[in-house]
Design a binder for this molecule. Structure first.
Ligand code: ATP
Length: 136
C-alpha cells in the first residue's frame, strides 16, 4: 500500500499485531529510532521498551520485550521474545511481577541479579504503557 508501512510484531507465542501504519518509533539497543514509509533497509536489535505506531489519528502503544527489527521500505517486522498491545496488558500481573522482582533485588545474594533486573524492567514498562504514562 502506498505511503503505508506494514507492521508485523511476531513472538514465539504468536502474531501480536499486523497493521498498515504511517509511522513507527521503537526502542533499539543503540537508541530510539523512527521509521516512515520508504526508509532504507536495516536490521537492529531491540531492548525492553515501547513501540509506538501512528495510524491516521490513532496512536498505538505496544510493549516489546527485546528482539530484532527488520526494516524495509514498505514493511517493519519485529521479532520479540514477548510483546503485548497496551490494551492486552494485564496490569495486576505486571504489578505482581514488579513486586516479585523488587523482593528478589532486595535479597540479591539469593537471586540472579540480572534476571531480576530484567523482570523489573519488563514489569515497570508494562505498567507505564497500560497506565499510558508514556512520553509524547
Ligand atoms: P510474568 O512473571 O508475569 O510471567 P514475564 O515478564 O516473565 O512476566 P514474559 O516472559 O515476558 O513474562 O512473557 C510470557 C508470556 O506472558 C508472553 O506471552 C507475554 O506476552 C505474557 N505476559 C507477561 N506479562 C503479561 C502482562 N502483564 N499482561 C499480559 N500478558 C503478559
Amino acid at each position: 500500500m502506498e505511503n503505508k508501512l506494514r507492521l508485523d510484531i511476531v513472538t514465539p507465542h504468536g502474531l501480536v499485531l499486523s497493521e498498515d501504519v504511517d509511522e513507527i518509533t521503537a526502542a533499539g539497543t543503540e537508541g530510539e529510532f523512527g521509521v516512515l514509509p520508504s526508509h532504507v533497509p536495516f536490521i537492529t536489535t531491540l531492548k525492553i521498551g515501547i513501540l509506538i505506531y501512528k495510524k491516521g489519528n490513532e496512536t498505538g502503544y505496544v510493549f516489546v520485550n527485546s528482539g530484532y527489527a527488520e526494516v524495509s521500505p514498505d514493511k517493519v517486522v519485529i521479532l520479540a521474545d514477548s510483546a503485548e498491545r497496551a490494551e492486552d496488558i494485564d496490569v495486576d500481573r505486571a504489578l505482581a511481577a514488579r513486586k516479585r522482582a523488587e523482593e528478589r533485588l532486595a535479597q540479591a545474594e539469593k537471586y540472579d541479579f540480572a534476571r531480576a533486573t530484567a523482570a523489573l524492567e519488563r514489569s515497570t514498562i508494562r505498567i507505564q504503557i497500560a497506565e499510558r504514562k508514556v512520553a509524547r
